[in-house]
Design a protein around this ligand. Structure first.
Ligand code: PEP
Length: 259
């Protein structure tokens, strides 16, 4: 299974700092062969990120899209618009969109369908709140999110999806799930995927997100069911993001640099 390191810039940067961040990533040594690098800048900077990363292995993602193909949805952006400027992936169902914009799993599922119709990789976020973990309901919560958003897709469609497990209590808080907590949930997600068959379970990458930084990534990325990370704060710092890519590449990066 490939490893993915994806940076969610959220509503940060301006034109100059977005350009500088992309430039720094493009200039750095190519990522290890088995690591896919994804950056998700804000909408206004997607086109410049696509242009600047052309010919590199950096994949440009959006942070959201609307579920409809087109029409009278003032302020919204469709999957086909993203496709037309070269965006290849899109985060959907981030907990901030669930919390501040009331997105339900049903709507998130519709967004995933819209993205798949454009051959854009959905990065589907799921994860429990603090109270849900404390009451021991975290596995059930994530099961429901998976069913609610992904339940209607065929196996072929499911195999195009990337899942990001992001415990809400760990996002932007400096609290990180322990490597074992992450592994336990990722194994649970893998078991849910297994109900669609072994091929789906073996194909869909499951990323960890939530205050993942160079000083805690090694343990998280070493877990057997953790296939990389969705990185918020640390993705805004080129040095930290590159270090996370290096950690995700493990031995191979060191070997390719030495060679
Ligand atoms: C995120 O919002 O997707 C995220 C993981 O943020 P942070 O790394 O800042 O916790």
């Amino acid at each position: 299974m490939r490893t993915i390191v994806a940076g969610n810039w959220k509503m940060n940067t301006d034109r100059a700092s977005a350009e500088a961040l992309v430039d720094a990533l493009v200039k750095a040594t190519a990522p290890p062969a088995q690591v896919d690098v994804v950056i998700a800048p804000p909408f206004p900077f997607l086109a410049l990120a696509v242009e600047k990363t052309r010919g590199t292995r950096i994949i440009v993602a959006a942070q959201n899209c609307h579920e409809a193909a087109h029409g009278a949805y003032t302020g919204e952006v469709s999957a086909s618009m993203l496709k037309s400027i070269g965006v290849r992936a899109c985060i959907v169902g981030h907990s901030e969109r669930r919390q501040y914009f009331g997105e339900s799993d049903a709507v998130i599922g519709q967004k995933i369908a819209a993205l798949l119709a454009q051959d854009i990789t959905p990065i589907f976020c799921c994860g429990e709140r603090k109270d849900e973990r404390e009451s021991g309901r975290h596995f059930d919560v994530v099961t429901e999110q998976l069913k609610g958003a992904l339940g209607t897709f065929t196996n072929e469609q499911l195999m195009q999806v990337v899942i990001a497990y992001e415990p809400v209590w760990a996002i932007g808080t400096g609290l990180t799930a322990t490597a074992q907590q992450a592994q336990d949930m990722h194994a649970h997600i893998r078991a849910c995927l297994h109900t669609h068959g072994g091929q789906v379970a073996a194909t869909v990458p499951v990323l960890y997100g939530g205050s993942c930084k160079p000083d805690n990534a090694e343990g998280l990325f070493a877990m057997p069911d953790v296939n990389g990370g969705l990185i918020g704060g640390a993705s805004l710092d080129a040095g930290q993001f590159l270090e996370l890519i290096r950690i995700a590449g493990g031995e191979e990066w060191s070997r390719s640099r030495a060679g």
